[in-house]
Design a protein. Structure first.
Length: 85
């Protein structure tokens, strides 16, 4: 709803990890309530990724940069395997 207001932005803030695994993932394992095209910014304790208008490749790179450092290599490999990088 925030993105529908004048100058509004859709922002998701979350911790980068949960139970020793990354909250930033290469694929979703279930249903979601917000389409990726509706998200402008995702924020973790490692920074923010401004996603509006980015290609799939650029989105993947931006999200990897805000993932926990210990998970970035695995996420990069998964993105490469998925053909995003």
């Amino acid at each position: 709803a925030a993105s529908l207001s004048e100058g509004g932005r859709s922002i998701i803030a979350l911790p980068s990890t949960a139970r020793q695994s990354s909250r930033i993932v290469s694929r979703l394992s279930g249903p979601v309530t917000t389409a990726r095209s509706d998200v402008d910014v995702i924020v973790t304790e490692h920074g923010s990724a401004h996603l509006r208008g980015l290609s799939g490749r650029d989105r993947a790179q931006a999200l990897i940069q805000i993932a926990a450092p210990e998970h970035r290599d695995a996420l990069t490999q998964q993105a490469q395997e998925a053909g995003l990088l």
